[in-house]
Design a protein. Structure first.
Length: 169
């Protein structure tokens, strides 16, 4: 039996706008800086031929807006999943376990959950409190086996990109 490799791209939503205090957390939009971040990330994904086969998106407005800026012409299938809103590690693992027969998956979501999953895949303490996953950052992993059996340390990090690492051409 051959084990196919899978790819997982974690994308934290772009910088959100805190100006309007009447917005609930889930309704908070991305800021003008967030729009620029998302556009840079979209171009980087395109330049690196990292179009996902499936994109799973949090229902939060900032995640949805990030998704729309990343995938203006994305041929990918996408799903908005309520459980991705502020999802923690166990929820993210369960969401991935429900995937079948997809090679490259992107999750657009939130911290601390994305960072917990990042650390889990690298076999680091998922509850470590140093934040290293700023807004609109991407972690691209190669994973063995199936989505159903993710173990700590399964991820081979291919690249970790923050918007400030992307040069504009």
């Amino acid at each position: 039996m051959t084990h196919k490799l899978r790819e997982l791209i974690l994308l934290r939503h772009a910088k959100s706008d805190w100006k309007d205090e009447d917005h609930s957390d889930i309704e908070r939009p991305i800021s003008s800086k967030g729009k620029k971040q998302a556009s840079k990330v979209a171009k980087w994904l395109q330049d690196n031929a990292l179009t996902p086969d499936l994109i799973l998106v949090s229902p939060a407005k900032r995640a949805q807006q990030t998704f729309r800026r990343i995938c203006k012409e994305c041929p990918s299938e996408f799903q908005t999943l309520d459980e991705l809103y502020l999802a923690e590690l166990d929820t993210l693992k369960q969401v991935l376990a429900n995937i079948d027969n997809v090679h490259r998956v992107m999750i657009i979501g939130h911290n601390p959950g994305l960072e917990q999953l990042y650390r889990f895949l690298l076999h680091q303490d998922p509850n470590h409190d140093t934040q290293l996953f700023p807004t609109a950052s991407i972690a691209h992993f190669i994973l063995p086996g199936s989505w159903q059996n993710l173990e700590s340390g399964d991820g081979k990090l291919q690249q970790f990109i923050r918007p400030k690492d992307i040069s504009q051409k």
